[in-house]
Design a protein around this ligand. Structure first.
Ligand SMILES: Cc1cc2nc3c(=O)[nH]c(=O)nc-3n(C[C@H](O)[C@H](O)[C@H](O)COP(=O)(O)OP(=O)(O)OC[C@H]3O[C@@H](n4cnc5c(N)ncnc54)[C@H](O)[C@@H]3O)c2cc1C
Length: 504
């Protein structure tokens, strides 16, 4: 039986940060998208507390960073497993973590989604999924009873316990939890004034961070005891845990919310099963140390959005979607690895105390600092790419440019979410190649204001002569400023990433 009905090009399950960011990306590219969300309204739970440099750049690439900077607070340092990490020399215009609560991030992304015309349907839970050669049928439980949506693709952004992942039969292998953490936003009137951040104790550790006048985020971590994950966490459990660790509850009262997490680390074996894709926590979960989960979800969305849009518009072949798994799966693998290391570094006991001292001493060395900083900020991510230019596959540096219309920056050129062919050496050959893809590519002729560009993990490199920049800010092809650009390689890159030229 053929399906003629279609309610949307893409259905996204889950209106968390990943689903909302993906919806914005797809809508910006003209795709008709519906987000279905189980909850009737946003929880307002603070959860994640920050965004790192690459996420800030990604928001800047879309021209919406100012909204986030207006709400959050820039932090002078970051941390790796609670050990201070210097961020000051990051090779980015945004060299600091931004402290901003997840509740605010979701509010700002949902506002943006609304401006772009994304439809968000709340009290709508994905319960069944069937796919065939022309699309996906999504069965929903809603407040008004069962309902279905028909679309060309479904993306599961429905969190760590993803229904979409389970329905697609995608394995979620990884390592089990070895600890449990309780978290709550509470008032804490008896906390001593000289208290600082994290305290390690016999059975684990606890921390209290002031995030609003009078309000603290309390986290207790206890090891070698993992409660039933379906048992709802309670304020009394948080209080009892704090008393076990600290010997007092510091007068804790008035919880706004209480939640639980652990250090289980799992990753979807495949990010795509035909017309069903996974992103964010649905594709990977891990210990939240170093604050990487939300960041990775937002960056998954920015990697997938333009590719899916290009396939939906019929410009690129479906195989472009396979590059999503090829590029993003290794990124999450690296994050799972570093969070396992961070989990080992917080275990109680004299051996770990000694290990932390040694590790902390190593962290004063610039190279160590830079290495760890790159793990957390993801500024050094390099996707597989053709060509031998050092920028190929890396995120493009945000260099200052001069165009015939005035001063600009590389990341500003990406506001429309379209690929950009940036010609910095006035090459007629580059402009001639661009003509074939004029319907889906912005050709920008400019001059670099700097002779060298800083590149994370590499240092300064000579400013290039021409660049093909994907909508997610990664370089698909680059040519040096001296010598003739390899236009045949440029044509190949354009065909791979933007789809073949239409004849006639
Ligand atoms: C204590 C703590 C601190 C953290 N700190 C940080 C930090 O500082 N930085 C950082 O980057 N990350 C941090 N994280 C991780 C971060 O919170 C998650 O990685 C992030 O929420 C993932 O976003 P998501 O959109 O992929 O999934 P979620 O935020 O889980 O959103 C999934 C959405 O899908 C909905 N849903 C679920 N099932 C269905 C269904 N069947 N149908 C429809 N909708 C459904 C859910 O209601 C939810 O709204 C922290 C996590 C915790 C617990």
């Amino acid at each position: 039986m053929g399906h003629t009905r279609r309610d949307a090009d893409v259905v996204i399950a889950g209106a968390g940060p990943t689903g909302l960011m993906l919806a914005c990306e797809l809508r910006l590219a003209g795709v008709d998208v519906v987000v279905v969300e189980r909850l009737a309204e946003r929880t307002g739970e603070s959860r994640a507390g920050g965004m790192h440099s690459r996420s800030l750049e990604v928001l800047d690439q879309r021209g919406i960073l100012d909204r986030f900077l207006a709400v959050g607070e820039l932090q002078p340092v970051g941390h790796f497993s609670g050990l201070y990490l210097d961020f000051d020399e990051s090779e980015s215009r945004h060299p600091y973590p931004l402290m901003i609560l997840q509740s605010a991030i979701e509010r700002l992304l949902e506002e943006r989604a609304g401006e772009l015309g994304v439809r968000v349907r709340r009290s709508c839970e994905v319960q069944e999924v069937r796919q065939d050669e022309s699309g996906v049928t999504v069965e929903l439980g809603t407040a008004q009873g069962p309902s279905t949506l028909r679309a060309r693709y479904l993306v599961g952004c429905d969190g760590g316990r993803s229904t979409v992942r389970k329905l697609a039969g995608i394995d979620f292998p990884g390592t089990e939890a070895t600890m449990t953490a309780l978290i709550g936003d509470v008032e804490l009137p008896d906390l001593p004034e000289d208290y600082v951040w994290v305290r390690r104790c016999a059975g684990g550790d606890f921390s209290a961070i002031a995030f609003e006048p009078g309000w603290y985020r309390v986290i207790t971590s206890e090891f070698d005891q993992v409660p039933d994950r379906d048992e709802p966490p309670t304020f009394e459990q948080l209080r009892a845990s704090l008393v076990r660790l600290a010997g007092t509850d510091f007068g804790m009262h008035s919880p706004r919310w209480v939640s639980r997490f652990n250090d289980a680390a799992r990753q979807a074996a495949r990010y795509r099963d035909g017309r069903v894709l996974l992103a964010g926590d649905a594709a990977h979960i891990h210990f939240p140390a170093g604050g990487q989960g939300l960041n990775m979800g937002v960056q998954d969305a920015v990697n997938l959005g333009w590719k899916l849009a290009s396939v939906v518009r019929g410009q690129a072949p479906e195989s472009l979607l396979d590059s999503y798994h090829a590029e993003r799966h290794p990124v999450a693998e690296r994050v799972l690895h570093n969070t396992r290391a961070q989990s080992a570094l917080v275990r109680p006991g004299p051996q770990t105390d000694a290990l932390r001292e040694v590790f902390g001493a190593l962290m004063v060395f610039d190279d160590v600092n830079r290495y760890l900083r790159h793990l957390l900020t993801a500024l050094d991510i390099r996707y597989p790419a053709d060509g031998d230019h050092v920028l190929a596959g890396r995120r493009v540096p945000d260099a200052d440019l001069k165009t015939p219309d005035g001063a600009t920056r590389v990341h500003e050129l990406l506001h429309a979410g379209r690929p950009v062919l940036l010609d910095l050496s006035g090459s007629a050959a580059v402009a001639a190649v661009a003509r074939g893809w004029a319907d889906r590519l912005d050709l920008v002729e400019a001059r670099s204001e700097d002779d060298v560009w800083p590149v994370p993990a590499l240092g300064d490199i000579p400013a290039p002569g021409a660049l093909l920049i994907r909508p997610d800010g990664h370089v698909a092809w680059a040519a040096a400023a001296d010598g003739a650009p390899d236009t045949s390689a440029l044509r190949t890159a354009l065909t791979t990433w933007c789809g073949p030229v239409r004849r006639g």
